[in-house]
Design a protein around this ligand. Structure first.
Ligand code: ADP
Ligand code: SR1
Ligand code: MG
Ligand code: MG
Ligand code: MG
Length: 432
């Protein structure tokens, strides 16, 4: 029987599979599975994703095979990632249902998940940014998603016992963490066969990374933090290819790397990918959709201005929302409890505000560090991003990539001296 023990599915297998489960077939509708259209749409690096559509609607069926899709079976990868993806979708979905697709079905044996199909006109954010499309609600939505998921899964909201239980559960997603440790924090800084870059243009740049002692020390510090700091249930792969958008909707998909890690890793992944988009803009032709941006100016320059506005607005909104949640739940906090940090004492300071300032400063430093590491790995490591890959002239691509690489290297070293995202935005303006 299909679905009782692990077996890789093709399109026909998916049709049969959906037909077997009424919670799925009823959403697709119709009298017979043969009426459905089944399309494999997986454009990610790791898994297989199908859209099954029928008279009543569409669903997503995602299957993990026991290897990394973009590499092949020479890189085996645990099927358990499917279980952790579903658990994180459910947990983050409970906390922030507006921005996480609903889960319809899970089957850990088959490593199959079914979830809401983010229907047309949803597209992957990375693709929208390459096309120069402005998303007016994106900063509000991502500020909300990031503040709520990070706050409510941390010791700001959980008891120490519940937090430890959750940490222990996600500890078992260690193979996915190990992959990140390898491809983000290690290989780009050594001679590894997985690495690639625009060659010969960036040969010297890639070589210099491996010899840069200060940079390697900074990245080792971040790698330790990634491995050791069980701060919140993070998505673990929050790049712009893990977000689907329309003008009014933002949906975060694909949390298969979820575990208890540093909040700054999710924030850094997101901001780092916005910065990659920024540096790639000069390599893309102007498009009608990028005309008259709210950031000011026409074409790609206007779009770059909007991207900078998006970066500073998202950080402000995230930080405001996070602080507001903290104040609202100050009696629950295990570390920053209001009994220890009073909101206002007669004639005294608002100690909670002081604690918030200190916390946010460290979080900004982490965010900028992880953002830099995520940018560097996408330029010299194994998995590149379409933002640059779709710049077909290698000379033009290399100019954009080098600017991004130099910016990331400098940010990684300077991160502890930076006290606002606005400062970073001003530096980005000067860098491209
Ligand atoms: P991977 O783990 O391989 O990166 P993803 O979960 O990112 O796989 O999905 C790959 C692609 O499948 C996405 O880029 C998107 O185009 C499509 N996709 C995935 N989930 C959904 C969804 N819920 N709704 C619509 N499309 C989706
Ligand atoms: C083999 S590296 C593949 C990359 O794709 C995923 O989406 C993660 O970002 C991972 O690092
Ligand atoms: Mg993906
Ligand atoms: Mg939802
Ligand atoms: Mg994935």
């Amino acid at each position: 029987e299909v679905g009782d023990e692990f077996e890789p599915l093709d399109g026909e297998g998916v049709r049969k599979y959906v037909g077997k489960y009424s919670e799925l077939s009823s959403r697709v509708g119709g009298d017979h599975p043969n009426e459905w259209t089944v399309r494999e749409v997986g454009d990610g690096n790791i898994n297989f994703v199908y859209i099954v559509e029928g008279p009543r609607g569409g669903i997503i069926v995602k299957q993990s095979l026991p290897y990394v899709r973009c590499v092949g079976d020479s890189w085996p990868l645990t099927l358990e990632r499917s279980y952790f993806e579903v658990e994180a979708l459910k947990e983050h979905g409970r906390i922030c249902p507006e921005h996480v697709p609903e889960v319809y079905h899970e089957n850990p044996t088959m490593a199959v998940i079914s979830e809401r199909y983010c229907e047309h006109p949803h597209i992957i954010l990375r693709k929208g940014l390459i096309a120069g499309v402005v998303y007016p609600l994106l900063s509000e939505h991502m500020g909300e998603y990031l503040s709520r998921t990070l706050f409510f899964t941390s010791l700001f909201a959980l008891s120490s016992g519940d937090h430890k239980k959750a940490v222990a559960k996600y500890c078992k997603n260690s193979e996915m963490c190990r992959l990140t440790e390898q491809v983000v924090f290690t290989e780009p800084y050594m001679n590894a066969t997985n690495n690639r870059w625009t060659s010969p243009q960036l040969d010297e740049d890639a070589l210099r990374l491996r010899k840069d002692r200060r940079l390697k020390l900074a990245v080792a510090e971040l790698k330790s933090k990634f491995c050791e700091r069980a701060q919140a249930l993070i998505h673990g792969d929050l790049h712009t290819g893990s977000i689907m958008v329309t003008q009014t909707s933002t949906q975060v998909i694909d949390p298969e790397f979820a575990f208890y890690g540093p909040m700054g890793f999710d924030l850094g992944a997101y901001f780092g990918n916005l910065m990659l988009s920024y540096f790639s803009q000069d390599g893309h032709p102007s498009s009608p959709s990028s005309v008259g941006c709210p950031g000011g100016g026409e074409g790609r320059e206007g779009f770059k201005a909007w991207l900078l506005q998006l970066i500073s607005e998202t950080w402000s909104l995230f930080s405001e929302k996070f602080r507001a949640l903290w104040r609202l739940h100050a009696t629950n906090g295990h570390v920053y409890n209001v009994a220890m940090f009073p909101t206002a004492r007669e004639g005294g300071d608002d100690e909670l505000s002081i604690a918030q300032e200190a916390f946010m400063q460290e979080l900004l430093e982490d965010t900028l560090g992880f953002a830099s590491a995520k940018m560097i790995r996408r330029i010299v490591g194994i998995a590149h991003v379409a933002d640059f890959e779709e710049i077909h002239d290698p000379d033009v691509r290399a100019v954009c990539e080098r600017r991004a690489l130099n910016f990331a290297k400098s940010l990684l070293i300077r991160r502890k001296g930076i006290s606002s995202m606005e400062e970073v935005v001003q530096d980005l303006k000067k860098a491209s």
